[in-house]
Design a protein around this ligand. Structure first.
Ligand code: CA
Length: 509
């Protein structure tokens, strides 16, 4: 990074032959000795710092983003049309354990405890919610109406319960329920029933004729009239609603007994995600979140990061952080599975970047991946999960999911996160109703525009007014405040909650 107070550009490593414009830079500006812009450079976009030959490497983060399609003179604006994509890194025999940072080198967390709802098993909850899980989309309308009635008619009597959530999703019937890939969506529904924020209370609404029967998502001892309600068994609308309300009230009475208590960070599981990223995401928001992740891990907490297509080009960097061969092998397996999944759909990983990403200066998936990985911090990767699996370890975990914001979120929720930190460059109102989502933006202009929808701006890192440890510590403290119920992120204040878009790669019939 350049050392001036308000730099014109940011160059990440000495090896880089491009830099990022901190603000719009007009044509004819000398950004550094010998580098005069040949055209207007939009904010976050790349400037050639040297003459680059045809097929020459374009290097940012010390990594080859691609190869020049044509010669690029010094001072040029390098946009996404000017690069050829490199091959993705091979997955066989990736070296592992070569960059395992010792715990002693991670930053110390300024707080060692938080206030959460302890559970009999698994991590603690960040909220005390009644979760009503549906087996099939057919009952989604009933569940949503019932939840509104429960909130209005019952919830005021149970002040220690934070809310009621209808977990509706597109799965359950009209699907190849025994297909080899069906366990992925089924696991998501099975695990969300046991979400830490639902306090062990099971309330499942079924239709009666769907393929996703209770025995596919619950053990025999939990399939009881108290836990499962089949609406085809109800005699008319009023009896159906009354049965749901009665069932809910039994659960609310027990949930109302729960209290927050002081807990170690080992009881906290959070997820990291980014979306609507720009070229600043990897310089400001994501490394700041990564710093907060390192603090949590050092304190004994668990942090998940995901989004396969956004780490694929850095898989060798992640393998170097895997603690053992098994973890490395699981990482390679998940990447391979996704390569094949994309190939079957006739695309590759570069189908990921969006028009907004490109407008924000991200030329291709390699550049996006280098920024995306920064949110994982620097700690060792102790476990790799398939989509919607639950972790068995504490520490930094790679939980494979699609990168799609609205699919990654529910997958991490099914894996048991109590909170998600979401980094954005372009802005998104995204939120989840099962757990809070904290929004961190990469540029101060984004925060100025959405001053009352973005929780934290990491933009001060780009302008030189704050450091990554400073913003990282701010994020860490906000995570603990939100997890402890002391603060509400904007998405919860407004009730901006997305649907439970679970990942279903299996056939629909
Ligand atoms: Ca995403």
């Amino acid at each position: 990074m350049s050392q001036t107070k308000t730099p014109l550009y940011i160059k990440v490593t000495e090896k880089d032959n491009v830099a990022i414009a901190v603000h719009d830079i007009p044509k004819g500006t000398e950004v550094m000795p010998g580098v005069v812009t040949r055209e207007d450079i939009p904010q976050a976009h790349k400037i050639a710092l040297v003459d680059i030959l045809k097929d020459g490497e374009i290097i940012r983060y010390g990594v080859v983003l691609g190869y020049a399609k044509d010669p690029i003179p010094v001072g040029s604006w390098i946009n996404e049309h000017m690069l050829n994509l490199p091959e993705s890194p091979a997955l066989d025999n990736l070296p592992f354990g070569t960059n395992v940072v010792p715990m002693s080198e991670l930053p110390d967390p300024p707080r060692k405890t938080w206030m959460g709802y302890r559970n009999k098993t698994g991590p603690a909850g960040t909220r005390n919610l009644l979760g009503i899980v549906t087996t099939v989309q057919c009952v989604a309308g009933v569940a949503k109406v019932a939840v509104e009635r429960i909130k209005k008619e019952l919830l005021p009597k149970y002040p220690n319960v934070d809310g009621v959530v209808a977990v509706t999703h597109p799965y359950g019937c009209g699907v190849a329920i025994n297909a080899p890939l069906a366990p992925i969506p089924i696991r998501a529904i099975t695990n969300v029933i046991r979400h830490p924020n639902f306090g062990g209370e099971i309330m499942v609404l079924g239709l009666g004729c769907e393929k996703l029967t209770y025995d596919r998502i619950l053990p025999p001892e939990d399939i009881t009239p108290e836990n499962c309600l089949t609406i085809q068994d109800c005699n008319g609308h009023d009896a159906m609603m009354q049965a749901i309300l009665d069932m809910a009230e039994t659960k609310l009475k027990r949930l109302n007994q729960r209290r927050r208590e002081e807990l170690p960070l080992s009881e906290l599981v959070i997820g990291m995600q980014c979306g609507g990223s720009d070229a600043f995401s990897g310089l400001t928001a994501n490394p700041s979140a990564g710093y907060a992740a390192d603090m949590l891990v050092k304190g004994g907490g668990t942090v998940m990061f995901s989004e396969v297509t956004e780490v694929r080009d850095g898989v060798h960097m992640l393998a170097a952080r895997c603690v053992d061969a098994h973890t490395r092998d699981r990482l390679a397996q998940e990447m391979k599975w996704y390569d094949d999944y994309l190939e079957a759909g006739g695309v590759d990983r570069d189908a990921n970047p969006t028009p907004g990403n490109k407008k924000g200066g991200l030329a291709n998936i390699v550049e996006k991946a280098m920024g995306s990985i920064a949110k994982s911090g620097t700690s060792p990767i102790v476990e790799v999960l398939s989509p919607a699996e639950k972790p068995t370890k504490h520490g930094l975990i790679y939980a494979a999911t699609p990168a799609s914001d609205i699919v990654c979120g529910p997958s991490q929720v099914a894996s048991g996160i109590g909170l998600q930190v979401f980094m954005t460059g372009r802005g998104t109102p995204y939120g989840l109703d099962i757990c809070p989502v904290i929004k961190v933006c990469s540029r101060n202009e984004m925060k100025d525009n959405w001053f009352d929808m973005i929780d934290i701006s990491a933009g001060h890192v780009a302008t030189g007014e704050a450091t990554i440890p400073e913003v990282g510590t701010e994020i860490f403290n906000f995570i603990l405040d939100v997890a402890s119920g002391l603060k509400e992120p904007y998405s919860d204040q407004y009730g901006f909650h997305n649907d439970m878009c679970i990942f279903n790669p299996a056939p629909i019939t």
